[in-house]
Write a new protein. Structure first.
Ligand SMILES: Nc1ncnc2c1ncn2[C@@H]1O[C@H](COP(=O)(O)OP(=O)(O)O)[C@@H](O)[C@H]1O
Ligand SMILES: [Mg+2]
Length: 438
């Protein structure tokens, strides 16, 4: 039933996107201009992703086989597939209305009305599919049906849904997040590319933590943790609020004392090293709550991330960060405090990258961000992973973190209770019940 998981992920992305459209519609109602670049990128995404990939997969495999297996299917699927067929026309109508509205203020009301109808329709469609179609699929499809459907959904070479198509969707989504107003997106003027180059992970451990304990006075926050991160891996550490995730990250970077255990990093026991020495050796952290220095400029914040690095490389490294986050380049001389939450998160990640990490520690990078940006932050993590960065990612947003992780650990009140591949943990009943709200 991998296909259902993939469809649900698509749905949550689409839900985020429609929520963003509604928010932008509110702003237009209050007098903001209609930005054709933003809306065109939204419509491009919907056209490419929904009409060319998401719907055809459902129509050609899942829905087709459901109809063969159950007489009840038609009643549920007919209206859904009617929506699928109407999608392209609806989008081209919206595009035309949007162009008119961007040129003539008096045409805005008409555009907004159609836009609201569109987002309501999208949400109704997603809800109906999740509430009626998916349970029916679980009920009536056989194991051999799932084998066929899952194979189609998981085919990485597929021109519609494979890796290359996914990279294009991620890029389009990134454009939307960049072009959206700062209240819901990154609010930049340029929509630069996220660079992605693939390297393969090799199996040698970079970080090996054994029996790590840490205490706050008489309260034991970490009760003997064993965790390994191999070179090139993305490892997710997930768990509820208060589980000890932040304490673990701070113990690794050396700002939180450990009472027992050992930390081996890059072939050396670093348990006794000061935090700045650990940073020099390549452990760089983007802390929980971002913690950028508000009064300092963006550039100076980035320079702080490089204070353990030789001077002559700093300017060059900063240009690399700016290429990755063009929004920061545009605002390089402004105080960091003027940035939106999403922009500050990019700055916090950029600052950690300035230390040329061998291991990048990310503590809840999606915390407190607008829904559109949650996906954007995970896209950034994915693209760093694709460039070969080794990443330890801490998240309460377990589903999203495990989906991009090679492996994961579940932390509960200071102990690791489960470990496995990201995919195994997503499929684990215990994990689903506890962290995914399913
Ligand atoms: N500065 C502190 N003083 C005392 N207890 C703390 C402190 N910081 C965290 N704790 C406790 O340690 C446990 C783990 O917290 P934390 O590492 O922040 O969890 P998480 O990041 O998973 O939400 C919690 O029970 C929390 O109350
Ligand atoms: Mg925390």
């Amino acid at each position: 039933m991998q296909a259902l998981r993939i469809i649900s992920e698509d749905h949550s992305n689409l839900w985020r996107l429609t929520t963003t459209i509604d928010h932008v519609a509110d702003e237009i109602e209050e007098g903001a201009p209609v930005d054709p670049r933003f809306f065109n990128s939204v419509f491009d995404y919907l056209e490419h992703f929904v009409d060319r990939a998401h719907h055809p997969k459902e129509d050609d495999y899942l829905f087709r086989i459901m109809r063969e297996r159950s007489v009840k299917a038609a009643e549920i699927l007919d209206p859904l597939q009617r929506d699928h067929r109407n999608g392209p026309d609806q989008l081209s109508t919206l595009r035309a209305l949007m162009i008119e509205a961007s040129r003539h203020a008096e045409r805005r009301a008409e555009f907004l009305k159609s836009l609201r109808l569109f987002t309501m329709g999208q949400k109704a469609h997603i809800s109906a599919e999740e509430r009626y179609a998916m349970p029916l699929a679980r009920e009536v499809l056989h194991e051999t049906d799932w084998a066929e459907i899952d194979a189609a959904f998981l085919d990485r070479e597929d021109p519609l849904f494979g890796d290359q198509a996914k990279a294009e969707f991620a890029e389009l989504f990134h454009r939307i997040a960049s072009l959206a107003p700062a209240s819901v997106g990154l609010g930049g003027q340029t929509a630069g590319a996220l660079v992605a180059a693939t390297t393969t992970a090799n199996a040698e451990p970079l970080l090996r933590v054994r029996n790590l304990e840490s205490w706050y006075g008489r309260i034991q926050a970490l009760k003997g943790i064993d965790i390994e991160v191999r070179r090139g891996e993305t490892v997710a550490l997930v768990g509820a609020n208060g589980a000890g995730k932040t304490t673990f990250m701070r113990t690794l970077s050396g700002v939180q004392p450990m009472r027992a255990g050992s930390i081996e990093f890059d072939g050396m026991d670093i348990s006794k090293l000061r935090s700045d020495m650990r940073m020099r050796r390549g452990i760089c952290q983007s802390p929980e709550g971002r913690q950028v220095f508000g009064p300092l400029s963006i550039e100076d914040n980035l320079r702080l991330g490089a204070y353990t690095q030789p001077r002559q490389q700093v300017e060059g490294d900063m240009e690399k960060i700016f290429a990755m986050f063009p929004i920061l380049k545009e605002k390089r001389n402004l105080p960091a405090g003027t940035l939106s939450g999403g922009q500050q998160q990019m700055l916090a990640i950029g600052r950690a990258l300035m230390g040329r990490p061998k291991l990048l520690l990310l503590d809840e990078p999606s915390m407190g961000l607008a829904p559109l940006l949650v996906q954007e932050v995970f896209n950034v993590v994915k693209s760093l992973k694709a460039q070969g960065m080794t990443i330890l990612l801490v998240e309460q947003n377990a589903m999203a973190a495990l989906a991009i992780a090679d492996r994961g650990y579940v932390l509960e009140t200071g102990s690791v209770t489960l470990t496995g591949s990201g995919q195994d943990l997503i499929n684990n009943e215990q994990v689903r019940a506890a962290y995914l709200g399913m």
